[in-house]
Every structure is written in structure tokens, then in C-alpha cells.
Design a protein around this ligand. Sequence first.
Ligand code: FES
Ligand code: FES
Length: 166
Amino acid sequence: MNSINVNGTDFSVKDEELELSLLDYLRERRFLTGTKNGCEKGLCGSCTVVIGGKALRACKTPVKKAVGTSVVTIEGMEGPGGELHPLQKAFMDAGAIQCGFCTPGMVMSAYALLLQNPEPSREEIRKALRGNLCRCTGYQQIIDAVELAAKIVREQAIPVEAGCER
Ligand code: FES
Ligand code: FES
């Protein structure tokens, strides 16, 4: 039996679902619509999820490749009591959200970055987010938000891992 772990819960994957993109699977079979469909061509980053600590485009990842892995989506970022992840809070505090369509993908790319590098420079943040397009903010506030979240996680010794109590 094929299975996939999404935000800490195991789901069995039906044979007919193996050919779907992970984006369609998450949105249409798991009803996790926080992962956005901006282009379905791997160009905009709005569908970014994290697998094995790495940011991946769900629209270009077939479910069959994700079988046996653990996927984290934006819905999995909050803590058990619904408390927001420091990245989510920082995006709000830094004014990095306007229409919000790009935000889940931005947060997930930033999450993968912070897992690997807890003290990224602005240049490293820019590089990690270069595949994520935003039509609204002009990017500066988004970079500010990631810098702020990294600082808060370091200074307050908050766990960066998704789904942790904070
Ligand atoms: S929807 Fe996947 S990169 Fe645009
Ligand atoms: S906030 Fe609107 S696309 Fe980024």
C-alpha cells in the first residue's frame, strides 16, 4: 500500500492518485488549499511545499515521487494549539502580505531556508526566494519578514520545525 505523510498524518494513496501532481493531490484530495496554483508550470513558486527539508514545487512533483515522504504544507506550519509559526507572524508584522496569494509559497521557501541556515544574510534570503514571484509587495518587506523571523527564532530559542508547540 502506497502512503504519504502530510503535515504529520499518514494517508494511503490510491493507484489512480499516483499520476496526479502533488499540487492537485493536496488541493483536491486532501483539501489543503493553502498551497496555491499560480501557473502549474513551475514558474511562480506559489505551490511550494517542503519535503525532507527542501522546498519543492508541488505542481511539478508527481504524487508517485512523493510516496513514502513527509510533506509539509502551509497548513502544517502552525503549532498544535493553532499558534502561528514565527515566519507566519513575521510576514504579518513586517507588512509582507498584500493579496496573500504568493504568501504560502514564500513562507514554505523561507522555512526550508531557515531549516538549513538559521542566520541567513539578505542576499541568501533573496536567493532562496528567487523562484517565488510576488505581484504586490516589491519583495523588500518579504525579505524583512524572513530576516525578522530568523532573528526571533534565534533570540527566543523558538523551535523552527513546523507544527511545534511555541
Ligand atoms: S503553480 Fe507551481 S510554480 Fe506556479
Ligand atoms: S502579496 Fe500579492 S502576489 Fe505577493
